[in-house]
Design a protein around this ligand. Structure first.
Ligand code: HEC
Ligand code: HEC
Ligand code: HEC
Ligand code: HEC
Ligand code: HEC
Ligand code: HEC
Length: 400
């Protein structure tokens, strides 16, 4: 028994060192970045098919020289009549892989090291796990809360109605019955007289009236604050494009379509050409995909309905938050990768921006721009540097 377990441990150690040895000539960390930025839109490092085949075990299928040649210029390899490449190309319905002419041995080795690591790292949680956990915790959106409040309000109103009806019935009894004759000493009579006196009291009556006036005013004011706030807005789009399918199931990176997020103010909505990178071959026959073709033929942009929209007086910049600040899309937009139809999850009010600037630490790591500020701040306070401390609450930063 002991021998078997010892053998098992040795085998395990051997496997680990072997996988390390294979990975040694490439840098898995830089490979991961390269892979995520360039390949992930179409490939999984495991064996499931995305747009192209899963890349698990690619080194067993092809040698390094072939892979490098292929990545640099897939079309060239196919044109040259390479049997393997042609067969693969046909198997994937002649989907065109993007060429990476700038890639050489180094880049490809790094990517291969990453693929190797992704398949040997037993402890690594499945990619979907965090997503589903977040989705579960953020599942009950604002609309749920709203219904709870509505139900609670309804219950309170029913209660009030009940009390009012009781008062009315007591009053009418008191009026119809002979009040003066009830000089009896029974407990019930005393109570009734007391109630009659209570309801006739003008202070009580005016308090009730004021209570209702206040309730109505508050509801009106709340309603007015809600004007222009589009939380929960989820319009129907001209093409039934699903983020759940593209960003969730097929794990296409947000940057692949929203190309502005790291560079500019606007995230940008992808043009039809970006769709065509894939739909030039995928599901051509679908009527929804045909709409993309029509848009391109007629040279008309697809008229997506805009969902998130700040008033002109406010300035918001994606690159500042995503690239510099390291804020995740989901913190502001919710779990887009689970949405069949995009819905605005945050209120986008000034209070919402300010609240986050008060609470959030500035991402100062590896950013020399913040070195002096961090040092200055550390002298004044033990708290970490917040966005509020770098001017995140100044009117002019957000208003033109
Ligand atoms: C636009 C989608 C797309 C992108 C981006 C892409 N590929 Fe591909 N890749 C494919 C498709 C599709 C195939 C299957 C062959 C074909 O249809 O041309 C493929 C095939 C391959 C193969 C051969 C797989 C096998 O099982 O033999 C390798 C290796 C490969 N790609 C590596 C990469 C690497 C590395 C990157 C990133 C630097 C990358 N690909 C980026 C679509 C893509
Ligand atoms: C394959 C391309 C593609 C990918 C990948 C993609 N999107 Fe989109 N996105 C679109 C298109 C097209 C629209 C406009 C239609 C719509 O609202 O569904 C859109 C709309 C949006 C909107 C609403 C825009 C508005 O009008 O206010 C947000 C927010 C958004 N995407 C965030 C994301 C996030 C976050 C991810 C990554 C998890 C992502 N998208 C991945 C194509 C994409
Ligand atoms: C990286 C590749 C990729 C890109 C880019 C892409 N798609 Fe897709 N799309 C897919 C895949 C894969 C499917 C699933 C096909 C299937 O179900 O067989 C799909 C399915 C769809 C469907 C459902 C079709 C149906 O009838 O089932 C629609 C609609 C669609 N995409 C619209 C778009 C639009 C619009 C864009 C551009 C904003 C876009 N796609 C960009 C890969 C992509
Ligand atoms: C700090 C909060 C925040 C983060 C993080 C964020 N967004 Fe936004 N996003 C907004 C706001 C606010 C708007 C409305 C901007 C406007 O109307 O000027 C918006 C608008 C958009 C739009 C539609 C209009 C446009 O700008 O083109 C898209 C698409 C979008 N975001 C995608 C993304 C993606 C993808 C990410 C992650 C890479 C992301 N956003 C990260 C707050 C955020
Ligand atoms: C999820 C948290 C979050 C939300 C919500 C948010 N921000 Fe920010 N914001 C940040 C972070 C983090 C930074 C710091 C980025 C950096 O390191 O420069 C920042 C920085 C800024 C800056 C630059 C401040 C400066 O002094 O350089 C502006 C302007 C800004 N945000 C505007 C907005 C507006 C407008 C909104 C609402 C529509 C908003 N932000 C919502 C997190 C947030
Ligand atoms: C972090 C960004 C941010 C800062 C800092 C900020 N605002 Fe705003 N403000 C916004 C946004 C976003 C809106 C639009 C959303 C809304 O109407 O709630 C807005 C709206 C407003 C409005 C218009 C309200 C309306 O209903 O039209 C006024 C007035 C205003 N801000 C004044 C100020 C003043 C004064 C300051 C400085 C004390 C300030 N803001 C600081 C982001 C900011």
């Amino acid at each position: 028994m002991r021998n078997i377990s010892r053998l098992f441990v040795i085998a395990l150690l051997a496997m680990i060192s072997l996988s390390k040895a294979i990975a040694q000539d490439g840098d898995a960390a830089s490979g991961e970045t390269l892979f995520n930025n360039n390949c992930k839109a179409c490939h999984s490092p495991k064996d499931e098919v995305v747009v192209g085949p899963g890349l698990k075990g690619i080194q067993q299928r092809r040698d390094l020289a072939w892979i490098v040649k292929w990545v640099k210029n897939p079309n060239g390899v196919i044109q040259a009549g390479d049997e393997y490449a042609v067969a693969l190309y046909n198997k994937f319905n002649k989907a065109q892989m993007t060429a990476f002419p700038a890639f050489g041995d180094k880049e490809v080795k790094d990517i291969l090291a990453y693929i190797e690591k992704a398949n040997t790292a037993v402890a690594a949680a499945p990619a979907g796990a965090t997503n589903t956990a977040q989705a579960a915790s953020g599942g009950s959106g604002p609309s749920d809360l709203f219904t709870y409040i509505l139900v609670a309000l309804l219950l309170v109103m029913l209660l009030v109605l009940g009390v009012l009806l009781a008062i009315v019935s007591i009053l009418s009894k008191a009026v119809s019955g002979d009040v003066s004759s009830s000089e009896g000493t029974s407990m019930g009579d005393k109570l009734r007289n007391g109630l009659v006196a209570f309801s006739k009291n003008s202070a009580v009556r005016s308090a009730t009236v004021w209570f209702f006036i206040l309730m109505v005013t508050k509801a009106t004011i709340d309603g007015m604050y809600g004007i222009g706030v589009q939380q929960g807005y989820a319009p129907k789009q001209p093409i039934a494009f699903s983020h759940k399918l593209h960003a969730g199931q097929y794990k296409v990176d947000c940057n692949y379509c929203h190309t502005g997020v790291n560079r500019g103010k606007s995230a940008t909505i992808p043009s039809a050409n970006i769709c065509m990178n894939c739909h030039g071959v995928i599901k051509k026959e679908s009527p929804e995909i045909q709409k993309i073709y029509t848009a391109i033929e007629k040279n008309q942009p697809i008229e997506w309905v805009r969902i998130h929209n700040l008033p002109d007086l406010a300035y918001f910049n994606h690159a500042q938050h995503v690239n510099v600040g390291g804020v995740q899309c989901q913190q502001c937009h919710g779990e887009i990768q689970t949405m069949e139809v995009v819905e605005q999850r945050s209120s986008l009010t000034m209070g919402w921006c300010i609240d986050c600037h008060r609470k959030t630490d500035v991402n100062t790591k590896g950013n020399a721009y913040y070195d002096k500020l961090t040092a200055l701040h550390a002298k004044k306070s033990k708290e970490p540097l917040k966005v509020a401390d770098i001017g995140g609450l100044e009117c002019s930063k957000c208003h033109y």
